[in-house]
Design a protein around this ligand. Structure first.
Ligand code: ADP
Ligand code: ADP
Length: 227
């Protein structure tokens, strides 16, 4: 479980990006942060892997204050997927996916076998393993991004608008594959989007944020008030 306890983030210029956020993200479920541009979604996400630290309040991972965990150890347990997959352009797909296993010193053969297995899991033809990112479509690149985040089997997955840059048809299939994958993997997922339909489709729980970083609603989709 990830717990936000009275978390506020004020940037150096005085901007309050997140304002007194207290929520619980249950283990093994998808929590979606949704709201308009600038409401503090990315800031909230980046505080979980300590790319940013809160100004006030604290974040707990399974009841431990994340400031007591050193960032590399923390991040080893957190997969991170961003909008433009952020792949290494000069590395083959298989080696992009195996980035973290290589860093962890896995045997190269084992790391590559894991990468190939993940390609199938995320709906990529393993024949693409030897290609470079520019030879893949945007949707395929996002699948690689998801596979890379899953490579070392982290319990937590942070996803920042992972499907926003692909066309609607591909987006729908990526959403469905994420739900299918999650039914097997039961990760603790925090998913950021500005699209309320996507939030309702994917979220076990949805946190609606307003510009200024205030939480407006926190509920399972059926209970979300429409406004
Ligand atoms: P979202 O992901 O919902 O678009 P962000 O978390 O990126 O929102 O940003 C929340 C607010 O904080 C916005 O007003 C944004 O301009 C501001 N902000 C983000 N990063 C910085 C920064 N490094 N310095 C100052 N203000 C920032
Ligand atoms: P952007 O501003 O494009 O959304 P960032 O500047 O936040 O991206 O991050 C730059 C790169 O650093 C990304 O490609 C991301 O994959 C990587 N990165 C940042 N934090 C982590 C992390 N905790 N684990 C793995 N990769 C990370």
């Amino acid at each position: 479980m990830i717990t936000f306890e009275g978390v506020t983030k004020r940037y150096a210029d005085g901007t309050v990006a997140v304002d007194d956020l207290s929520i619980e993200v249950p283990t093994g479920s998808i929590t979606v942060f949704v709201g308009p541009s600038g409401c503090g979604k990315t800031t909230s996400l980046r505080m979980i892997n300590r790319m940013i630290d809160p100004t006030e309040g604290r974040i707990l991972l399974d009841d431990q204050d994340i400031r007591k965990i050193d960032p590399p150890t923390l991040r080893r347990g957190i997969g991170y997927v961003i909008q433009q997959a952020g792949l290494f352009p000069h590395r083959k797909i298989v080696d992009n996916i195996a980035t973290v296993p290589y860093l962890l010193g896995w045997d190269k053969k084992k790391a590559r076998a894991r990468a190939t297995e993940l390609m199938e899991r995320v709906g990529l033809d393993p024949k693409l393993a030897g290609r470079y990112p520019f030879q893949l479509s945007g949707g395929q690149q996002q699948r690689v991004g998801v596979a890379r985040a899953l490579a070392a089997d982290p319990p937590v997955l942070l996803m920042d608008e992972p499907f926003s840059a692909v066309d609607p048809v591909v987006r729908t299939s990526l959403q469905e594959e994420l739900l299918r994958l999650q039914a097997e993997l039961h990760k603790t997922i925090v998913f950021v989007t500005h699209d309320i339909d996507e939030a309702i489709k994917l979220g076990d729980t949805v946190a609606v944020l307003r510009v200024g970083g205030k939480l407006a609603q926190f509920a399972a989709p059926p209970a979300l008030l429409s406004d």
